[in-house]
Design a protein around this ligand. Sequence first.
Ligand code: HEM
Length: 401
Amino acid sequence: MTTIAENWGVHEAQFWLRGEFPADPVGFEPATGAWNVYGHAEALKTLSDPKVFSSDTARLIPKEVSPAKDQFVEGNLLQMDPPDHKKLRTLVSHAFTPKVVADLEPRIAALTNELLDAVDGADSMELVTHLAYPLPVIVIAELLGIPASDRDLFKEWVDTLLRNSQQRSLTKQTEADKKAAEETQEQLNNLVGYLGEHVDDRRKNPREDLLTKLVEAEVDGVKLTQNEVVNFANVLLLAGHITTTMLLGNTVLCLDSHPDEYRRVREDRSLLPATIEESLRFLSPFALVARATTTEVELGGQTIPADSMVFTWVAAANRDPRTFTDPGVFDPARAHNPHLAFGRGIHFCIGAPLARLEGKTALNILLDRFPDLRTDPAVPPSFIPSPHMTGVNELQLLLKP
Ligand code: HEM
């Protein structure tokens, strides 16, 4: 059977998109030296037990291919465990509040309209270039308080980071791995240096922006250090770049290939939030999250030794037939959708409300302005060429009947 995903040309390692699911939900992969977790129940265990499944994975990555600790790990919530994680998450939550996000709605709508004005009257548009890339980047840059006009610079740095984020072996490193690690380090230096200058400025000249809020945030007399502010801003900038871009592109693609669901949501926009959740399950932007075991542990009938790298493939778990009825069917009306696209537990995505708001606002406007919107059959969509991500790179759309 040829699946829709095969026609789209997603990464061949993403077997779950071909309707396959392994007999063993957990397994060791000698080529990478890591354990893979594919099952939903097993993924929930790795995400919900930070004592056994630590987020401090950097300690298992060989020194010669990992970035400098103070430049990515410190202040990077994603790599922290309790109690430090809780302290930092509480502090940043004081700056990145639900109100801060909700207040962005009119600006997100205005930006979407501005970006779409550029293609008004055109026969076609490329979704990523015209909307899905610039919108989230401008939103996160404005939120942080850094000039959105510098976005070509961020794009260059982030593209290199993405290109080099392929899954590599933990046991042997090639010359290509080392070169990629050097490039990654250079681009991180650029990002960290750039953000550091802006943070320094906010200490002297506070403004109404998130960088200032992060500099000033205080819980029980404790403030964030310089490295923590810079690295948290860096994580937001990176996360703000790629994730919502993928969400927007993937949702348009899902709707375009499911005409009944497309018609329903065009006619009843209250279906949009559930459609976005189903898109997140069906094509999960971040396919995997990593953990490091602190002790030997039994999982899915396997014994994982202490100090093992564990890759939890949330994108596969989101297609686990033991949890989801007809997992290969795109069904925004499914009664139960406990997808893991935003993770679970203490590391649950802090940007989820922003991603959902951007998705809902931008898609609503896109559907309003282009009622005949559909993919161009002459130009197949292309995907980010990484097994770790599922997101369109290029999506050519026809705008007129
Ligand atoms: C955490 C996915 C959007 C910032 C996570 C995690 C996932 C994820 C799976 C958990 C990682 C783990 O458990 O190790 C996504 C997806 C998005 C999205 C699929 C969009 C569709 C965003 C946005 C931002 C953001 C827009 C920022 C503006 C973060 C941060 C964390 C995180 C800071 C770390 C939270 C913690 O460790 O406590 N995200 N994300 N994400 N995300 Fe997102």
